[in-house]
Each structure stands twice: as C-alpha cells, then as structure tokens.
Design a protein around this ligand. Structure first.
Ligand SMILES: Cc1ncc(COP(=O)(O)O)c(C=O)c1O
Length: 315
C-alpha cells in the first residue's frame, strides 16, 4: 500500500493590500444630469475619487513608483522627492507610507493648511518654499536638491514620465472599454500633466479609431481649477501630444463650479471642480448627439475643496 500523500497545506488567503485597491473604479451613469438628453445618449463618469488616496493620481503615482522599483531608479535607501502639493503629492505620500519608503515634497509655503496636514499625516517631509515663487519655485528647489545629491533621491517627474500615461492606457482606458462593453463613442477629459487624456485616448483609439476623444482646458490662464492647465500659457508637459485629440473644448471656472454643485446635489457625488469641468464639457458634447455613449472622469474628491466659497453660490 502506498503511503498516503501528505495533506495539502491549508490554502492561505492573502488579504489584498492597500495598493491593490488602486484602480478598478466604478463607471457611474449620470442619470439626473443627463435627464434632458435623447434616450439613445448616455453619460458616464469614471469614479476616480473612490481611489484610496481620493483621486485619479493614485494610478500614475503607483505606476511611476513601481517602474522606479523595477528599473532600480528607486533604489533601497533612496527618498522619493517631487514638487507637488496636489493629488500626486498625496498619492506619493500614501503609497510611500504603505511601502515604508520616505517621501519628501516641496511646495509653496502658502499651500492650504489642509493639504499640508494631509501630507504630514502620511508622514511625508515637507520643504516649504517662498510663496512668491509659486510652484515653479518648489520645482526649482527639487531640481537643485536632486542635482546636488542624485544618489539620494528618486525623482519621478510626472510631466515627463511615460509610466504616467501608461497607467491610464493599461488601467483607466482598459477598464472603460470593459465597463461599456466597447460601446463608448466619446471620451472627454481635462488636461493637467495630460497623463489621463493621453493614456485613455491611446487605449481607446487602439480599440476603435472612430471613438472621438475630446480634451478640455480651462478657458483662461488664471482659472483656479486645481490640476488643470491652460496650455497656451502653461509649461507644456513632455508627455503631451496635442495631435491625439479629435477636438479641444474649454470650460470656464464658473461652469465648472456650477456643475460641481449639481453633481453633489443631484447625483450625490461630492467631487472637485475639475470633475465639474469634465462633466459640464461631456454634457456639452452629449447634447450634440442623437445617439452615443459619452464617458468622462471624476478626478478627485470634493472633501479637498470644502473651504472654497463656490459651494455657497446660488445657481
Ligand atoms: C484634480 C485634478 N484634476 C485633473 C487632473 C488632470 O489629470 P492629468 O494630470 O492626468 O492630466 C489632475 C492632475 O493632477 C488633478 O489633480
């Protein structure tokens, strides 16, 4: 008689960690905002505010960090450094904490207290730069520190890093095709680093070149819309290719704010003003159609903007 095979070891279930919660966000249909559209036109929003760091930037931050770890540019003992008080900074700080890796962020000293407190809560070290020099001053400080001690730092530089748009090619764009069963006809997204628009558009066009991809920018240079760039007057990111867009539309700050209020009050979606600008622009596109499936992005959570006065304005 053959000896009995030893019992298989009990299957150990590995609980998913925080970083596995990034991406795979729901695609929500905006029924009330779209109530006056023809029945054959649907409007959807990718709920990126539901990422664990509260924004779409969790995806590229994780992708750039993983790319750095894989290629060795983010070596053991090195500190991640960048100049951002925005969502990318929050994502770096959160992911750095989860991986046990130090994060240093340079930002103008007049960045909101709330932002500084979130970054410090995740354990990031902050370098506060002269408010008169704006975010450019913070960027110059980071570049000087990296130049002085290149071995000490990992500097992802989201504006030039291909892992930024690739996170949206492999993640966001792929998920949108899946979640719409390939029925998407139009995609609308605002431009910041441009990673979201570049990555999703490339993925959608690879699937079907007839899908119309429309980029959105603030209407003026002094727009106050966190995360968005007015390209004619901004430093243009290296990863940006304007030729990819089928069309470019603009949104005023007032339109963005009004839609941000509507999203909260009519759809129960507390999101930030760039999401409002995206949805307002997507609705404009949807109104030109007799039939179609329009998809846009809810970039971040509205809890980050509660002290802004626009919530109290009347429509
Ligand atoms: C709130 C918000 N909206 C929109 C964007 C633009 O996204 P992207 O950088 O992928 O162009 C960002 C980017 O930082 C953002 O933080």
């Amino acid at each position: 008689m053959k000896p009995m095979a030893p019992a298989a070891p009990p299957q150990r279930h590995t609980p998913p960690d925080l970083l596995h919660q990034i991406g795979d966000t729901p695609l929500l249909e905006l029924t009330r905002i779209a109530a006056d559209l023809p029945a054959a036109v649907t409007l959807y929003a990718k709920a990126e505010h539901l990422n664990p760091g509260g924004s779409v930037k969790d995806r590229p931050a994780l992708a750039m960090i993983q790319d750095g770890l894989r290629t060795g540019t983010f070596g053991a003992g090195q500190t991640l450094i960048d100049a951002t008080s925005g969502n990318t900074g929050i994502a770096y700080a959160m992911i750095g904490a989860a991986l046990g890796r130090p994060v240093t962020l340079a930002l103008p000293a007049n960045a909101s207290d709330e932002r500084k407190r979130i970054l410090r809560a995740y354990g990031a070290d902050l370098i506060l730069t002269n408010p008169m020099d704006g975010t450019d001053g913070a960027q110059r400080r980071v570049k000087a520190l990296v130049k002085a001690e290149p071995d000490r730092y990992f500097y992802p530089d989201q504006y030039s890093n291909d892992a930024n748009w690739r996170a949206h090619y492999e993640g966001t764009g792929h998920e949108i095709l899946d979640q719409t069963d390939g029925r998407i006809t139009h995609f609308v997204a605002g431009l910041g680093t441009t990673g979201t628009f570049m990555g999703v558009t490339r993925r959608l066009k690879a699937f079907d070149d007839n899908i119309r991809c429309i980029s959105m920018q603030p209407a003026t240079s002094l727009h106050g819309l966190e995360g968005l760039k007015h390209m004619p007057t901004a430093m243009v990111p290296r990863i940006y290719d304007a030729a990819l867009a089928d069309d470019t539309l603009s949104s005023t700050t007032e339109t963005a704010h009004a839609m941000t209020r509507r999203l909260a009050r009519e759809e129960g979606l507390l999101v930030g003003p760039s999401a409002g600008a995206n949805v307002a622009t997507a609705l404009r596109v949807a109104r030109t159609l007799d039939a179609g499936c329009v998809v846009t992005v809810l970039c971040d959570t509205g809890t980050r903007y509660l002290s802004e006065a626009f919530w109290d304005d009347e429509d």
